[in-house]
Ligand binder design. Sequence first.
Ligand SMILES: Cc1cc2nc3c(=O)[nH]c(=O)nc-3n(C[C@H](O)[C@H](O)[C@H](O)COP(=O)(O)OP(=O)(O)OC[C@H]3O[C@@H](n4cnc5c(N)ncnc54)[C@H](O)[C@@H]3O)c2cc1C
Length: 319
Amino acid sequence: MESNNHYDAIILGAGPAGLTAGIYLSRARMKTLILDEGTVGGQMVLTHEIANYPGVESISGYQLASIMKKQAKTFGCDIKSNVTVHRIELEGEVKSISLSDGNSYTSNSIILTPGGRSRTLGVPGENNFKGKGISYCATCDGDFFTNKEIIVVGGGNSAIEEAVSLTKYASKVTIVHQFDHFQAFEHAIEEAKSNPKINFIMESAITAFHGNENLESADIKNLRTGETQNFKTDGTFIFIGYTPNTGFLKGKIELNTWGEIVVKNDMSTTIEGVYAAGDSTAKRFRQVTTAVGDGTVAALAASNYLNELKVKQKQSITV
Ligand SMILES: Cc1cc2nc3c(=O)[nH]c(=O)nc-3n(C[C@H](O)[C@H](O)[C@H](O)COP(=O)(O)OP(=O)(O)OC[C@H]3O[C@@H](n4cnc5c(N)ncnc54)[C@H](O)[C@@H]3O)c2cc1C
């Protein structure tokens, strides 16, 4: 007889990808557990307003997360938050996960949805003005800066492409970059340089953000001369890279150079019965909708795998 701690599927991460997978699997009558090392909702709970989730004109990230959580629980999904994964075994028909609180669980499939985080500058004021002028996502927040003057930090493809896309909203975009050249594709750099709304402050770095309720200015230091200017700004978009939360999976599953989980079209990984979805996977666009889509595909593929496994197990008992 299987123990109470055995599940058909365990999902690691309760962001939109994990919660969606939980909804689909539980509704398909698969015994499902979601484990999260933080609070339920993932990056959604950091989002003041989500205005691009189809069918919902505007909702706070916290509220959307609460609805998704309730929906998963209604279908019978177990959810445990604020836990730390101590050991994980992904190989074989029975996978296992031990937590540092002493609890351990087994399952026949695992869906990895640990998400990720944008790299921060780590300068004074940055934390205070996150969501109050400082953003890491042009698609999410660009619209809030219509006719405003903004800064874009970074010199790679994301920074340059997003700076151009932000000119649809902002009246002026100033790109601040630490080197005297960009690391982006030449055609993207040319497009930015020919855009009359874009200005450049090169060989410079932001050293502090200032404001009252909202962001009002940034200190920009010229790294060659050492001089610092206080620069007035309505908003700052920071595009200096992205870190997937996959450190605990190193050596356990195929990750690419950037630490993103490598998946096939059906969200399966290199290990049978293990799937991945959302921001932690190798992909270009990271949104709630894309995480929800990935979570759906991973759950449906995992359901198929579990059904086939059950048939196989039954046949081996009969024989
Ligand atoms: C400030 C901000 C604003 C945004 N605004 C929008 C917006 O307006 N519209 C939009 O579509 N998108 C927006 N996004 C992007 C969107 O939130 C993400 O793309 C989406 O949340 C990714 O979902 P996910 O489930 O893949 O990962 P996440 O949301 O990152 O969730 C991952 C979860 O996994 C947990 N976890 C991590 N490691 C482990 C582990 N080892 N074990 C167990 N659990 C683990 C984390 O605690 C977290 O709860 C915004 C993001 C930010 C940061």
